[in-house]
Design a protein around this ligand. Sequence first.
Ligand code: UD1
Length: 356
Amino acid sequence: MRILYVVGTRPNFVKTAPVIGALRDRDPEGRHAIVHTGQHYDRLMSEVFLEELGVPAPDYMLEVGSGSHAAQTARTMERLEPVLADEKPDLVMVPGDVNSTLAAALTAVKMGIPAAHIESGLRSFDMTMPEEVNRIVADRFSEWLFLHSPEAVTNLEREGISGERMHMVGNTMIDTLVALEGRFRAAGAAAQQGVESGSYVLVTLHRPALVDGPLLGETVSQLAALAQQQPVVFPVHPRTRKMMEGLEPDAPGLHLIEPLGYLDFLSLLADAGAVLTDSGGIQEETTYLGIPCFTLRDNTERPVTLTSGTNTLLGLDPAAIARIPALLAERTGAPMQPPPLWDGRAAQRIADVILG
Ligand code: UD1
């Protein structure tokens, strides 16, 4: 089989690495070509991830870089089209919900090439999120839909998508986490940041709704206040770093650091007392690891992390950060079972479906 994998951003690499590995192992004679769109391009946002995940060097680098949604998506489509024309794949694999996902799914369908969507069926029902638009388009036009969450079936059925296209395979991001567990448990990232295991709140914030407007200043003030009670470690995404210029407070317990490689990040995540985030993937990783997660959004496309996980929605409200110590004290700490099929074997199931 000839398969082309299109990745562009940090979470794409994490979700696709095990799928590339499983399909290469099971079909070594096949063509497995990797296209990196270049949506993320800083070494810490891209190369370091590919190295740590053991992803082979991409066969194509499209170098689309940053830009408006239309410009980034259009550039990706324009540069991907000739690659698809040359490679003539039987299948284009697209993960997640970023602009690279949208561009790859659209380019493939317009060229009559079947696409497969990893992480299909998630919905926040919030059309102001760029990712929601990307998910809907990728699902509408992909022939194979790989699901990891029970509500995905209902969401897709509601959109009139036939059950034949849906395959409940489990969570490939958790495959990666399971595969890296020995290494990240030994990484000791908390000590490197000068914080004690279990004592700190790990923060990641990068969604436009939070960081591209006035809420960011208020958030930083709240984090500075929280840091007076317990250490706060915040690896700052480049989008957030740009918007934060001039806002950095002088708060000794607030560690504003560069983005981390994946092993160091997972090490900090696994040893955190709690996590504050607006990321989707981190809501899932904390659920699997049993770490309390507070999500600074009004909604989540991953409700399974609320019902069978450790996630709490705080709302898009920086003032809610002040509630974290009390919410942590109230937790019963009852052990949780991760959702079904979040077991490290999702990529094998995808290979079963594709190779039959
Ligand atoms: C993108 C995805 C988001 C995902 C996130 C993961 C879309 C619409 N958004 O958001 O769903 O959760 O990736 O991290 O696809 N930048 C750099 N270096 C880089 C990459 C970005 O400096 O390597 C800066 C640039 O200033 C850029 C900004 O970050 O303009 C935003 O990058 P972009 O890829 O447009 O969106 P993200 O916020 O990273």
